[in-house]
Design a protein around this ligand. Sequence first.
Ligand SMILES: [Zn+2]
Length: 195
Amino acid sequence: MPAKTIAARLLAVIDDDVLPLTERGVAAGNKVFGAAILRKSDLSLVVAGTNDETDNPLLHGEINTLNQFYELTDRPPTSELVFLTTHEPCTLCMSAITWAGFDNYYYFYSHEDSRDSFAIPHDLVILKELFGLEPGGYRRSNAFWTAYALADLVESEDEPLRSELRAQTSRIKERYAALSDRYQESKGDNDIPLS
Ligand SMILES: [Zn+2]
């Protein structure tokens, strides 16, 4: 059997490793955002995490995952790692990924999806208010890293894998839609500043 492509592997990690954590996190009143770190060499999982803003509003999915990564005693250098995030990072998290030394990140949903499908517009509002940038106006390829949309990687696969990954993408989106509804119902009860 051929090695899994990176698109197939990253979708599997969202399905199997990130979403179970996020389902528990949302049940506790947290947002739907999650992340994972994998080795470039064999795409094995190093750590997965999810948003914990009810504990601390800085604990976005990516930050919480990075904090857990730095608690590991035996961790690979970030130059050897892939950073996966379920949603295109906010400016806090893309800076954290930069400071940690990653040369990449891969995202499942875009900023626009976070606004339109999740009713969480803060990433785009911060880009506009702090930096004067329109949606997508930041540099997805720069001196530090390149950002990849998982949807683009899925579309670049050959058949029959492309159709399989499109179907898996749809199933993952259904799980997130249910989690988003649950978060929106509960968020009136939390004291997260930008809920
Ligand atoms: Zn963030």
